[in-house]
Design a protein around this ligand. Structure first.
Ligand SMILES: Cc1cc2nc3c(=O)[nH]c(=O)nc-3n(C[C@H](O)[C@H](O)[C@H](O)COP(=O)(O)OP(=O)(O)OC[C@H]3O[C@@H](n4cnc5c(N)ncnc54)[C@H](O)[C@@H]3O)c2cc1C
Length: 470
């Protein structure tokens, strides 16, 4: 269908001309996300209600037009990219509902609300919304739900799926359904809420969510431990967790990351150390005072060179500053960042570090490793320049080998960034033929005309990893 014809049909649904974008310059603004590749949509619609979404899905179904839901496009796996053109459904402006019910300990939100705003609203009631992706200030709850996003607090509190108890969803065929509800317990039939969470916008458009909130922890304590041997830092992680202590955060930075941050902003970091752990405990003040001493002891017993405990919140912020600066620091040398999130069982962290070291040398790439060590969710990041085709080919091979290493070590392709377009070629490697086929059958039964976010998750015949399109 021609763009003008489609725009005319959409104008009957969206009575506000400003919310339908057809200009080339606007379409280009919607052609990319935070990963790779650029794809032009035919049209962009800024939706503001369930009725609008349902009517658009019905229209798209009737005419076989692809629809791509989109939040703030911070996806690192190509999730919202309109790879087959069609309609981009921008849900980011639909942020008018954010209700906190302190008695039921839930928040009800519309899809465009920024995740950090939910936590801020909860804090006013003495509660928290625990999932804390690093992008929480710039990503929407709709995107977080679709990707099942996680963050540093995932170690103790779990990820997005652990906090969703109810959803309103528009199906690919334009029907409106409600899954779950406001109760913490609900075992009525299949758990469609959990099916939609993490489905990357391929099974339905999330138009409202009911989220669980937790009591705000009374106090926190932060500690930094420096190691000369990365294997020892891995042993420290295992020992801390098996000693009956569950930190709220347990992050690792390798030598290349430490060096990059120190070069970016001198903080007095140990640039010759192989690894640094940042540990945060939360809970009753007396309990965490005692626990931090035990964590300190474990780190010393596992050969930590130094251990520093923050005594004030200012000192704690200073320790966390190193971790916060990682992203800007590592892109200083070269402009292209390939951010992976291969995840392995905790016990395999030292092996994964060894494999990553070999991959770095074999392909002569700039690879830094940091991440949520406590739950085995490492972030190997490759820094490159996408204009250098030869370098990008080496990067593609290295990324493929990182995925293989993670799976061979009993891990997974993605701990939190999702599959999107980028990891689709590797799905069968992890799931096997039958496992992947079962997922395809779910997709086919929800979306018989394959119009919702087509081209994602499932590999196309012969598809391989390409980081050089656009
Ligand atoms: C600097 C940076 C740091 C990051 N840190 C983290 C991190 O710590 N943890 C983590 O998990 N991720 C992280 N990410 C990745 C990204 O922020 C998350 O995947 C986030 O959830 C995407 O939200 P978004 O609003 O940008 O969604 P988009 O990128 O726009 O979309 C993501 C997916 O959700 C679908 N979608 C969006 N809204 C809806 C909806 N309402 N209904 C159905 N489907 C929908 C889209 O189709 C797409 O498949 C980071 C990204 C960046 C750039």
């Amino acid at each position: 269908m021609k763009q003008e014809e489609l725009a005319t049909l959409l104008r009957e649904i969206i009575r506000d001309e400003k919310r339908i974008l057809t200009d080339k310059v606007d379409l280009y603004s919607y052609s990319y996300d935070a990963s790779f590749g650029t794809y032009l949509p035919d049209i962009v619609v800024l939706v503001m209600s369930t009725t609008e979404v349902a009517a658009i899905m019905k229209l798209a179904n009737k005419h076989g037009i692809p629809v791509y839901p989109r939040g703030q496009a911070t996806s690192l796996s190509g999730g919202p990219l309109p790879v087959h053109g069609g309609i981009v459904l921008d849900l980011s402006k639909w942020d008018n509902v954010l209700e906190v019910d302190a008695e039921d300990m839930v928040a009800v939100v519309s899809p465009g609300v920024l995740t950090a705003d939910i936590n801020d609203a909860a804090l006013k009631e003495g509660l928290i919304y625990p999932p804390d992706p690093s992008s929480s200030n710039v990503s929407t709850i709709g995107g977080n739900l679709a990707e099942n996003s996680g963050g540093p607090r995932g170690l103790k509190y779990g990820v997005t799926k652990d906090y969703v108890i109810g959803l309103e969803v528009v199906t690919p065929e334009g029907e409106v359904i409600r899954t779950g509800g406001r109760t913490v317990k609900n075992v009525t039939g299949y758990d469609l809420t959990k099916l939609i969470v993490g489905s990357e916008g391929t099974l339905g458009v999330i138009t409202e969510a009911t989220l669980r909130l937790y009591p705000k922890p009374q106090a926190t304590k932060t500690m930094m431990a420096v190691f000369d041997d990365i294997v020892d830092s891995g042993k420290a992680i295992t020992k801390i967790l098996s000693s009956g202590i569950l930190p709220s955060k347990l992050e690792i930075m390798d030598n290349a990351t430490i060096q990059a941050v120190e070069a970016y902003e001198p903080l007095g970091l140990p640039v010759d150390a192989e690894a640094m752990l940042l540990v945060e405990l939360d809970g009753h003040p007396a309990a965490i005072d005692e626990e931090i001493l035990r964590v300190e002891k474990v780190c010393k017993e596992t050969e930590a060179r130094t251990v520093k405990v923050a005594n004030t919140s200012e000192e704690a912020n200073e320790l966390w500053r190193a971790r916060k600066l990682v992203s800007p620091a590592i892109v200083r040398e070269k402009p292209t960042k390939i951010s992976e999130d291969a995840t392995i069982p905790r016990s395999k962290i030292p092996d994964m570090f060894q494999r990553l070291k070999e991959i770095r040398e074999k392909y002569n790439i700039d690879l830094v490793v940091f991440g949520h060590a406590g739950d085995g969710n490492l972030h190997p990041n490759i820094i490159a320049d996408k204009r250098d085709k030869e370098e990008m080919r080496r990067v593609e091979q290295a990324v493929e080998e990182i995925f293989k290493a993670a799976i061979e070590l009993g891990g997974t392709l993605s701990g939190e960034h999702g599959i999107g377009t980028l990891k689709a070629p590797f799905m069968e490697m992890e799931l096997g033929e039958v496992g992947l086929d079962m997922m395809k059958r779910i997709k086919e039964s929800w979306d018989p005309n394959n119009i919702l976010n087509p081209g994602k998750i499932f590999p196309q015949p012969g598809q391989r990893l390409v980081l050089t399109n656009g």
